[in-house]
Design a protein around this ligand. Structure first.
Ligand code: GTP
Ligand code: MG
Length: 198
């Protein structure tokens, strides 16, 4: 699948406020600063589409981007940003789960994980919650350009092994870099094949 057009379509804190068109939605979630907004910009080829920042906690709303006039890519706020006051973290959590639990058009989530690190407790808890709720998801390792391919591969394998302690099967896994463009095509093509099954 080729992404021909990508248009910002609105921000929301509650499902009632999301864009009115009912189209399939694919959402990016993950810890603050993992690279959700950057990956949206990389796959759409528009570096200014989603706002990014070196400081965690940049995305505070649910942002819809209309792709090819027939589906939405959704940028979600990050979870588990330790330095936010409890009240603000709870607010973001509420926004995230209101969307995940109540958006009828959500097809699947992509959980982004930093390819340099072990998954953290907050990632494992979030993934477990998706499992309990039966929400389809894939895993996307980010920032693969930050180290050599061998190091990335080893870290990805380590994280897969950790997941297999809790899960019988692995979800689809992608290794990406918003800087080099690695994995972009695989991810977009995968979304394309899922769209064809709907
Ligand atoms: P929140 O909105 O705060 O939850 O963060 P986010 O997950 O949307 O992260 P964002 O895309 O804003 O990126 C965070 C930082 O990581 C920025 O400084 C990006 O430039 C950097 N970054 C994101 N993706 C990559 C990548 O693939 N490679 C490298 N080297 N840096 C990246
Ligand atoms: Mg963001």
């Amino acid at each position: 699948m080729k992404i021909k057009t990508a248009i910002f379509s609105g921000s929301s804190t509650r499902v009632e406020q999301k864009p009115a068109r009912r189209l399939p939605e694919f959402a990016f979630i993950g810890r603050s600063n993992v690279g959700k907004s950057s990956l949206i910009n990389a796959i759409t080829g528009n570096s200014k589409l989603a706002k990014t920042s070196q400081t965690p906690g940049k995305t505070q709303l649910v942002n819809h981007f209309l792709i090819n006039d027939n589906w939405y890519l959704v940028d979600l706020p990050g979870y588990g940003y330790a330095r936010l006051p409890d009240k603000d973290r709870a607010k973001l959590r509420h926004i995230i789960w209101d969307y995940i639990n109540r958006s009828e058009e959500l097809v699947m989530l992509f959980v982004l994980l930093d390819s340099r690190h072990d998954m953290q407790e907050v990632d494992l808890r979030f993934i477990a919650e998706l499992g309990e709720k039966g929400i389809p998801f894939g895993l996307v390792f980010t920032k693969a350009d930050k180290q050599g391919p061998t190091v990335t591969a080893a870290q990805v394998e380590k994280n897969k092994a950790r997941l297999l302690e809790d899960w019988e099967d692995l979800p689809p896994v992608f290794v990406t870099s918003s800087v080099s463009g690695l994995g972009k095509e695989e991810l977009v093509n995968y979304i394309g094949t899922v769209l064809q099954t709907l």
